[in-house]
Design a protein around this ligand. Structure first.
Ligand code: IMP
Length: 194
């Protein structure tokens, strides 16, 4: 069966992907290929970081692979935190501090339009392909809800009156930025018949 590396050790993401891809191919994590390097994400775009990660695996291991990168883009903050979403309030990836910084920066701003954007870079054979998933929404004025991770408690997707953290995993995963990007990837892989 065709093997494809997903350049992540995030178990949640792997499970999500394995469920979607089913038995059409074997999805390997970084752990599965004994890669314990924290691949540096030094690019200044989501596309650049996704390519960096996928390229590292392709070059070091010679395996077909894909990698993702996600950012929260807030219109009134010139699309910040964007590619710096994980470390917006400092180097320790503190979700609560990141959300507080967003809420502080926005203050009473009425334009609270934002989007989550996921980019997936696939390197298969000699080919590199990019896939994108976007979910539009609004930044709330305070944190609401417990589920999910990252900025979920302050992001209300378009068409809903609750945040991602209040909507829960099943609803979030059916409409999310990542689900949309993954769907594009799956369509491409199915088309390739891998
Ligand atoms: P990553 O590229 O998936 O690691 O995402 C980078 C950062 O974006 C994470 O550390 C989170 O702060 C934020 N993020 C990514 N996806 C989500 C999401 O689905 N909900 C909330 N925050 C997210």
């Amino acid at each position: 069966m065709k093997k494809l590396v997903f350049a992540t050790n995030n178990k949640h993401k792997l499970e999500e992907l394995r469920a979607i891809l089913g038995s059409t191919l074997t999805l390997l994590s970084l752990e599965d290929i004994h890669c314990d390097v924290d691949i540096p994400e030094t690019a200044d775009t989501l596309e650049g970081n996704a390519i960096l990660k996928a390229k590292y695996i392709k070059e070091q291991y010679g395996l077909d692979c894909f990698a993702d990168d996600t950012g929260l883009e807030i219109e009134a903050l010139n699309n910040a935190p964007g590619v710096f979403s994980a470390r917006y309030a400092g180097s320790d990836k503190d979700a609560a501090a990141n959300m507080n910084k967003v809420l502080d920066k926005l203050g009473n701003t009425t334009n609270r339009t934002a989007q989550f954007r996921t980019v997936i870079a696939l390197m298969i054979g000699e080919e590199t392909k990019l896939f994108e998933g976007i979910v539009k929404g609004q930044i709330t004025t305070q944190k609401e809800g417990e589920s999910g991770f990252g900025y979920d408690p302050i992001f209300q997707p378009e068409g809903y009156t609750k945040t991602f953290a209040q909507l829960g995993a099943a609803t979030k995963n059916s409409i999310s930025h990542r689900a949309k990007a993954v769907h594009q990837l799956c369509k491409f892989l199915t088309h390739l018949n891998v």
